[in-house]
Ligand binder design. Structure first.
Ligand code: TYM
Length: 329
């Protein structure tokens, strides 16, 4: 069965962008493939974070995974830090990725540009190395992500080429998979910027209450034309709302645009978008609350760690053996 892997980093509050671009789709793979979904907690340490916030965010993501419909009987759900093979494979594969290519990564450039040199940790620079290790450990063929992660997956692919060229057929070639609609949801307050966990104004957080979410949608930045059609260059705000509407209704952008053809009041348009978001998120949020209250995610993570360790250690051994580390069994 084909392996599928993805993860979310517990750095801040999850957004509607994370939900539409990634989280919402993980469950779609669990009936036909072997799914590994993890909380990328080691990755969260690449930027300064309070330990209690990190713990809370990690619990939240575990509960959100379950609330999204991921079934722990079908999918392996785990914390990255509970599988030490991630760090061990990282320390091997880091030798096959190079400073030049890492310094060209958009995410590194964006994040480090906002910091002064003294604050930029080596982990932030080496972030894609650990991410490659995450993917390769599980022999994952498919990696469902939002558009912003594709560059990192390309780097993992380069690594596989390089490594297999040198050592033979050891690593499985992964492929990033983004959705046709909603791979890049933009900020509601500045639709030329990606919606991200660090922007409280323009972002819908999955933990916001429904009233706040509706309010944020109703006050989303649009334009003066009062016509609803898709044109991300000239109408980024309207196009972003259309994308959200299309993604959550599982229709194409064209179908969404057709639905709003002739609509000349952005208030009406936004209200329909808000209704769609509420229809999707209200039951999801209710399930999340139940899961957090019951603490059931803890057993899921424990069980997930066992299953993930068993599989990851097999790959790790294969790689250790290939590069010439002595095995004693
Ligand atoms: P992270 O935590 O930043 O984001 C989690 C997922 O959400 C997607 N995403 C978006 N999709 C659409 N619109 C947006 N505005 C938006 N913002 C975020 C991301 O593309 C991602 O799929 N490096 C990863 C975590 C990770 C990982 C991995 C993922 C670590 N190792 C291995 C896949 C495989 C990250 O920081 O995602």
């Amino acid at each position: 069965m084909e392996r599928i892997l993805s993860g979310i980093k517990p750095t801040g509050q999850l957004t509607l962008g994370n939900y539409i671009g990634a989280l919402r789709h993980f469950k779609d793979f669990q009936d036909n493939g072997e799914v590994f979904i993890f909380i990328a907690d080691l990755h969260a340490l690449t930027l300064p974070i309070d330990p209690e916030v990190l713990r809370q965010n990690s619990r939240d993501i575990a509960a959100f995974y379950l609330a999204s419909g991921l079934d722990p009987k079908k999918a392996t759900i785990f914390l990255q830090s509970t599988v030490s093979a991630h760090s061990e494979l990282n320390s091997i594969v880091q030798n096959y990725l190079y400073m030049g290519e890492l310094s060209r990564m958009t995410q590194f450039k964006d994040k480090s540009a906002k910091m002064n040199d003294k604050e930029i940790g080596l982990g932030l620079f080496a972030y894609p190395v650990l991410m490659a290790a995450d993917i390769l450990l599980y022999d994952a063929k498919t990696v469902p992500v939002g558009e912003d992660q594709l560059q990192h997956i390309e780097l993992a692919r380069d690594l596989v080429h390089r490594f297999n060229h040198k050592y033979g057929d050891i690593l499985v070639m992964p492929q990033g998979k983004v959705n046709k609609v909603g791979a890049r949801i933009m900020s509601l307050s500045d639709p030329t910027k990606k919606m991200s966990k660090s922007d409280p104004k323009g972002d819908i957080f999955l933990k916001d209450d429904m009233k706040t979410i509706r309010k944020k949608i109703m006050s989303a930045v649009t334009d003066m034309e009062a016509l609803v059609y898709y044109d991300p260059v000239n109408k980024p705000g309207v196009s972003n709302l259309l994308t959200i509407y299309a993604a959550l209704n599982d229709i194409t952008i064209e179908e969404a645009a057709k639905h709003f053809e002739g609509c000349t009041r952005y208030g009406d348009f936004k209200k329909e978008v808000a209704d769609t978001v509420e229809r999707e998120l209200a039951p999801f949020k209710a399930r999340y609350e139940e899961i957090i209250a019951s603490g059931e995610y803890l057993d899921v993570l424990k069980e997930g760690a066992k299953k993930a360790n068993a599989i990851a250690n097999v790959t790790l051994k294969r790689v250790q053996n290939a590069v010439g580390l002595l095995t004693l069994e």
